[in-house]
Structure formats: structure tokens, C-alpha cells
Design a protein around this ligand. Structure first.
Ligand code: HEC
Ligand code: HEC
Length: 504
């Protein structure tokens, strides 16, 4: 069934030698080229990977110093647990919660790609980072200011020296270090890969049947071991917004209108929602699209328009088999690999001090206190629901929270208080909306709960409501934080060992 397998066995010997040559002192090669993959296209000779370069790139990747208001890092939109996409977001959101035009792309196996972005507008991985940094809806910053901030920082001159031999911080070094880190994000340890490499793992009958259908009906675009041919095509999505013409925006070629990069089929279990605009939440919805909603337009790929039929004919049974196979492409090792995790940085990134955001307003009146106390009760209910994964209750209470707080606007507040209050109300409402929307995903809810907690803390600490038993909990080595009415409360699912508690 797979003649490619024999070739792979021979190739694997060659690849092993190549990967050994990337190997330095340590056991794991810096760039672990998988035996069942083709040759990467990235030019490693122009940017040789080193441990120090990778470490610098990783620090930059997770540091929000790169954005204009120091709140957004590359890692904000590319989260490891989501296959380096942004959890649960159709369109990714950046600075001031502005929405970008597109769904954040997964980051893995980038060494095999020759163009980047949904429209392939950037041809060199080493140049890509400039685009999110300068995009007003992403990081809204200039390269000159980024470099200036890095030069003035405590840790970066030394990190650049370790990586490149001198303390000089320039655009080329900055971009090369980011690439070095991203290139190490190789994902090739799924069940499917282990099966292909004869590592003692078998696919079951359903998965094998699914694989056969994918090879037959999807592989003209989702081709080979990377499950993409990196071409730009239109797969018949309906009602595409006219202000995003995809590939056309890169080459002004009318016939390339509404064409987007064929994405990999790897790690789909972690990267929902799907497509360049994140329109589908599940794989079942994607397959329903290919079966019955492919739209015939002049731009539709001919593969999806054969013998006068649009789309791919798939029975319900075939669709289920495909989904089973696609699940074998999920690489748990990749999303759990501590090499890529923020909390394994050797020089940790200074955390933004939330207390610096707290304003010392005068003690508030009885009516204001009452509204705050009511809102704290609701917040605590949201927290309980998040802890116990009752997503529906978390959503319902999150709907209430901003409504109760809004009542404050009808009470007399000083001008500065009003402006401050409404700024935080807006931030907090944004997170509440996402907790409501995230009803299908505890993970997505938890993430916005962390943000909600920060904003709610700043708000109530500034107004000093009459709630004497509220504590702020923060984990040292993770972003997790929350408010509770118990001292030393430990959040389940969280394994940080040192918890700081602070009385308001
Ligand atoms: C506000 C969210 C956001 C931030 C911040 C962000 N990205 Fe992205 N990233 C995206 C989106 C959305 C896309 C798809 C862009 C497009 O097609 O226009 C993308 C695409 C990419 C790609 C292309 C992947 C491929 O397979 O073609 C790379 C590489 C990348 N980002 C790296 C980075 C790096 C490095 C940073 C930090 C300097 C960063 N991103 C910051 C949202 C973000
Ligand atoms: C004619 C080429 C073509 C064929 C055939 C094709 N696809 Fe796609 N696929 C694409 C393109 C192009 C996209 C991205 C479209 C966009 O976002 O606008 C895509 C996107 C997807 C996505 C979303 C991935 C993500 O990260 O967002 C999935 C899942 C998918 N295809 C599965 C399949 C399956 C399963 C089959 C076979 C039943 C199939 N495709 C057949 C071209 C194709």
C-alpha cells in the first residue's frame, strides 16, 4: 500500500547523518530532521543553529517587550498547547484586543515551507516577524523602537553576546534568533509518524481506511508527509469577505483572488478553529463543507470541480473514517515538549507588575461598594465554575458581571474615576464575552479567566470596596492568577509549587 515506506528506510540513514552534523554537545540534535520527512528548504548555512541562538529566539518569542504597549508577545497568538495557534479564536486578537483579519497560523515544520502567511506574502522565514511587529492590529511597534528597548534592557545585551559573539543588537540578529527558535519546532511524533517509521505502533482498521481516503481525495493538495504541497488554492468557502483577496494581495494577479495557502493536516486536534478566517469549529464541519457546501466560482480549484460536480463526495461513514485518521496526526509530544515552553527559559522574562496599574482612589460610597460586592460574588461564581469545568455556568455568570458593574455609571464618580472605571470595564467585558463564547472549551475559558482576574483585580483594588476577605493569588512560574475569599487556596489543575497570596 505504501511503496514510499521502503524509500524512507534508505533515506532515514542519510537523514540521520545530516542530523548528526547539526548535533553539538548535547544528545538531542538542535534541528531534529525526522526520518520520514523530505529535505528541508530553509538555508541553514546562512543561519547556523546554536543553543544560545535558539535560547535568545525563544526569549524574544515570549517577551511582550516587542509590542508597543508591552502586552503582546508572539506567544500571545501562537500558544504551544494550541499547536502554536491562538486558542479558540477565529480571528486572532492583538494589541488593545484589536482583531486581526485572519486566523493565527500554527507554527511547526516551518523549515519545509518556502513562503509564509495565508497568502504567502513573505518568502523568507527570517523576514516574517517584521509583519506582526509593525501591524497596527497585532503588535503596533516599529523595529527601531524594538531594538532600542532591547538595547536598554537588563538581559538582552548579554543574551545577544552569547548568541552572536558581541552585544550588538540589530535587526538581522534579532530576526535570525527568532527563526532559530521557530525552526526547532519540528512536529513529527504523531501516531501516524510512529507507524510510518516502524516504531512498533499500528493504525487500526478505521484509521487505515481513513488514510486511504485522504490519500485518494485530499492528497492532491494536502500532499506528502507534511500534508501540504504549500500551493495557494481556493477550496470553495462560501461568502468570502471581499476585503481579503488572499494571494491576489501579494501578486495582483486576478486569477489568484481568494486563494489561500494549503495548510498542513497535522495537529488539527489542537488548532481549531479552521480555515484562514477560522469559520469552522470542528473537523466534522470541515468535512461537511467539502461534501456539500463547496461553492463554484471562477476561482475554485479544478480538483474540487470535476465531471460537473463540485466538492468531494463523501458518505457519513467515510467522513468519520477521515476524522479517525486525522486524529492520528496529532502530536502530543510536540505540544508538551518542554524545549518550546515559556517556563523553561534560562533567563526568565520580568513579569509586568499588576500592582503598578492599581490607582489609589478615595474610598467609595456605600452604593458603589454594594455594586462592587455584588460583582465580587459573581466573579467568585465564575471562578468556581471554571475550576469545576462547568462551562455553561461560567458563561452565564460572565454574562452578568459587566451588566452589574455597568450600574456604577449612574452613580456620581469623579471624572478620572469614571474614565478609569470604563477602561477596565471594557477590558473585562471583552474577556467575559470570550468566556461566554468559549462555552465549548474549558481551556479557552481558563485563558480569558486569567485576563479577567487581572483586570478585575486592578479595578477593585483601585476602588477599595468594603470586602475585607478577598485575596489575590499568583503563581510564580505561570501566568495563572485568580481572586478568592480564602487565603492559600490552591487552584486545581495547577501544579505551581509556590503560591503568593495577597490581601487586598
Ligand atoms: C495578534 C496575533 C499575532 C501575533 C502577536 C503574532 N502572530 Fe504570527 N500569525 C498571526 C496570524 C493571524 C498569522 C497569519 C497571517 C496572515 O496570513 O496574514 C500569523 C502567521 C505567522 C507565521 C506564518 C506561518 C506559516 O506557516 O506561514 C509565522 C512564521 C508567524 N506568524 C510568526 C510570528 C512571530 C515570530 C511573532 C512575533 C514576532 C508573531 N507571529 C506574532 C497572528 C499573530
Ligand atoms: C483543491 C485542494 C484541496 C483539496 C482537494 C482539499 N483541501 Fe483541505 N484545504 C485546502 C485549502 C486551500 C485550505 C485553506 C482554505 C482557506 O483557509 O481559505 C484547506 C483547509 C483545510 C483544513 C483546515 C486546516 C486549518 O489548519 O485551518 C482542513 C482540516 C482540510 N482542509 C481538510 C481536508 C480534507 C480532509 C480533504 C479531503 C477530504 C481536503 N482538505 C481536500 C485545499 C484543499
Amino acid at each position: 500500500m505504501m511503496p514510499a515506506k521502503n524509500k524512507i528506510m534508505i533515506l532515514s540513514g542519510i537523514v540521520l547523518i545530516i542530523s548528526l552534523s547539526f548535533r553539538k554537545k548535547q544528545d538531542i540534535p538542535l534541528f531534529p530532521a525526522p526520518a520520514n520527512f523530505p529535505k528541508p528548504s530553509y538555508n541553514f548555512s546562512a543561519n547556523a543553529l546554536t543553543n544560545e541562538g535558539i535560547e535568545l529566539g525563544k526569549t524574544l518569542f515570549y517577551d511582550a517587550i516587542i509590542s508597543s504597549d508591552n502586552t503582546i508577545s508572539c506567544g500571545s497568538c501562537h500558544q504551544q498547547s494550541a499547536g502554536f495557534t491562538q486558542h479558540g479564536h477565529a480571528l486572532s486578537h492583538g494589541i488593545d484586543d484589536k482583531l486581526t483579519r485572519r486566523n493565527s497560523m500554527p507554527l511547526f515544520n516551518l523549515a519545509w515551507s518556502e513562503s509564509f502567511g495565508w497568502d504567502g506574502g513573505v518568502h523568507d522565514l527570517d523576514l516574517f516577524a517584521i509583519s506582526p511587529i509593525t501591524n497596527p492590529a497585532e503588535m503596533n511597534e516599529s523595529m527601531a523602537r524594538v531594538l532600542d528597548k532591547l538595547r536598554k534592557s537588563q538581559q538582552y545585551p548579554a543574551l545577544f553576546k552569547k548568541a552572536f559573539g558581541s552585544e550588538e543588537i540589530n535587526t538581522e540578529r534579532f530576526l535570525k534568533a527568532l527563526s532559530q527558535f521557530m525552526l526547532t519546532m519540528v512536529s513529527a511524533n504523531s501516531k501516524y509518524d510512529k507507524y510510518m517509521r516502524y516504531e512498533g505502533v499500528e493504525l487500526n482498521e478505521t484509521e487505515l481506511a481513513g488514510m486511504a481516503i485522504v490519500k485518494q481525495k485530499c492528497a492532491s493538495c494536502h500532499a506528502g508527509e507534511l500534508f501540504t504541497d504549500y500551493s495557494f488554492r481556493n477550496n470553495g468557502l462560501t461568502h468570502l469577505p471581499v476585503d481579503d483577496k488572499g494571494r491576489f494581495e501579494v501578486n495582483q494577479n486576478e486569477s489568484d483572488s481568494f486563494k489561500f495557502k494549503v495548510p498542513s493536516l497535522r495537529n488539527l486536534g489542537f488548532t481549531a478553529p479552521y480555515m484562514h478566517d477560522g469559520r469552522f469549529k470542528t473537523l466534522e464541519e470541515v468535512l461537511a463543507h467539502y461534501t456539500s457546501t463547496v461553492e463554484s466560482t471562477p476561482f475554485l480549484d479544478p480538483v474540487l470541480n470535476q465531471n460537473g460536480k463540485t466538492g468531494i463526495m463523501l458518505s457519513k461513514d467515510e467522513q468519520q473514517k477521515i476524522v479517525s485518521f486525522l486524529r492520528t496526526l496529532d502530536d502530543e509530544d510536540f505540544i508538551k515538549n518542554t524545549r518550546f515552553a515559556e517556563n523553561t527559559l534560562t533567563v526568565s522574562i520580568p513579569k509586568k507588575d499588576i500592582d503598578a496599574e492599581v490607582v489609589n482612589f478615595r474610598p467609595v460610597s456605600g452604593k458603589v461598594k454594594a455594586i462592587f460586592n455584588e460583582s465580587i460574588d459573581i466573579y467568585l461564581k465564575i471562578k468556581e465554575a471554571i475550576k469545576t469545568q462547568q462551562t455553561g455556568i461560567a458563561a452565564k455568570q460572565s454574562d452578568k458581571l459587566p451588566k452589574v458593574l455597568k450600574k456604577l455609571n449612574s452613580l456620581p464618580l469623579a471624572n478620572a474615576e469614571k474614565v478609569f472605571f470604563n477602561t477596565y470595564l471594557e477590558k473585562l467585558s471583552f474577556d467575559c464575552e470570550h468566556i461566554i463564547e468559549g462555552e465549548y472549551s474549558t481551556e479557552h475559558q481558563s485563558e480569558h479567566f486569567i485576563e479577567l482576574s487581572k483586570n478585575f483585580y486592578v479595578l477593585i483594588a483601585s476602588f477599595k470596596p468594603d470586602y475585607s476577605k478577598l485575596y489575590y493569588h499568583r503563581c510564580e512560574n505561570s501566568d495563572l492568577n485568580w481572586l478568592s475569599d480564602k487565603i492559600n487556596e490552591v487552584f486545581p489543575k495547577n501544579n505551581c509549587d509556590k503560591i503568593q497570596t495577597k490581601k487586598l
